[in-house]
Each structure stands twice: as C-alpha cells, then as structure tokens.
Write a protein that binds this ligand. Sequence first.
Ligand SMILES: NC(=O)c1ccc[n+]([C@@H]2O[C@H](COP(=O)([O-])OP(=O)(O)OC[C@H]3O[C@@H](n4cnc5c(N)ncnc54)[C@H](O)[C@@H]3O)[C@@H](O)[C@H]2O)c1
Length: 170
Amino acid sequence: MSRLQDRVIIVTGGAQGIGRAYCEGLVAGGASVIVADIDGKRAEALAVQLREGGAKALAVPTDVTREDATEQMARLTVERFGRIDGLINNAAMYQRPAVSRARFEEISVDEWDRVTAVNLRGTFLATKAGASSASSTSTSTWWRPARRRASRTSRRRRWGSTSRRPRPAA
Ligand SMILES: NC(=O)c1ccc[n+]([C@@H]2O[C@H](COP(=O)([O-])OP(=O)(O)OC[C@H]3O[C@@H](n4cnc5c(N)ncnc54)[C@H](O)[C@@H]3O)[C@@H](O)[C@H]2O)c1
C-alpha cells in the first residue's frame, strides 16, 4: 500500500503549475487532497476534476498571507476529513503572479514586500495553522520531528551538555 494512502494533505498554491502536479500525484497515491489557492475558481475546477476521477478532494480558497485564511484552511480540512497529515507549502510569488526578475539592486521595496508576504509569511502562517490542527488530529509521524527535537533539547538541559554526561566520582 502507498505511504500516501488515506493521508490528508494540503497543497497551498495547488490550483495550477507545480502545485497542481502535487495534487494529482497525491491523489494518484491514494491521498485526500486540499487544494488551497488564492485563485478559488481554479482550485474548485481542479477539485471537481479530481473528484470526478474518484479522488477525495476539496478546494479551499486561501490567501496564505492572511492568518484568518490559513486558519480557515486548516479548520475546513479537519471538518471535511477529520485530520491533517501533511502540508505542502508550494504557494509562492513566482510565475502567477509574476515577479519582475530584475537585478537585485533594482528590485523595489514594494515587490520585496509582496514576495516575502507570500513566500515567507505565507509559509509560516500555513505551517502554523496546519501544525496546530495536525498535532491534535494526525497519527502521521510526519508532524513528529518537532517533538523529538524537543526531547533532545530537554536531555541536553538535563545533562547540561550535548555530548558529555557527568562522570561518576572517582
Ligand atoms: N516553475 C519553476 O521552474 C520553479 C523552479 C523552482 C522552484 N519553484 C517553486 O515551485 C512553486 C510553484 O511554482 P510554479 O511555477 O508552479 O508557480 P505558479 O506561479 O505557476 O503557481 C503558484 C500558485 O500559487 C498561487 N498563489 C499565489 N499567491 C498565493 C497566495 N497569496 N495564497 C495562496 N496561493 C497563492 C497561485 O494562484 C498559483 O496557483 C513555487 O514555490 C516556486 O517558487 C518553481
């Protein structure tokens, strides 16, 4: 059985381009997919197409730069599928909408702000919303590394060092 079978996975910017390919690949592997895109019409058209092909798919119009939108994305996913197992942070200012591809020193501050709003802030907000819901709903190990890191940190704190443990007194 595919590792993706019955996993519930959100793809931001999933309506077209590489995001669309992720959605198609995920459903081919048996996952349920949430097409989260600022272009709600394209997202819905893809979700309909995937459902017609027998897949479980939901379109959620989402602007990843807005915290309320990413929280809604996570909430609607859990309402529809019961949990979140994975998130692909694909949404970006890249081709649609296009970035100027100007020389670095010619990039306007306005463009810098628009790009980082989607590519950085959007990634942070989608992950924050996804992780909040996933940590309480998913059985997937994909969300667990943070907990493992936390336990390593607490071990470090206990021993006061990353590698050396206290030696018994001579
Ligand atoms: N195409 C390439 O050659 C290439 C190369 C390297 C990396 N990438 C990366 O792959 C990813 C996808 O690239 P692509 O070429 O398919 O891009 P694309 O421009 O074709 O698609 C981006 C998608 O993100 C959506 N989107 C834009 N702003 C959004 C927002 N605020 N909230 C939600 N969705 C939003 C768009 O509607 C679109 O569906 C990007 O992260 C890009 O940086 C692409």
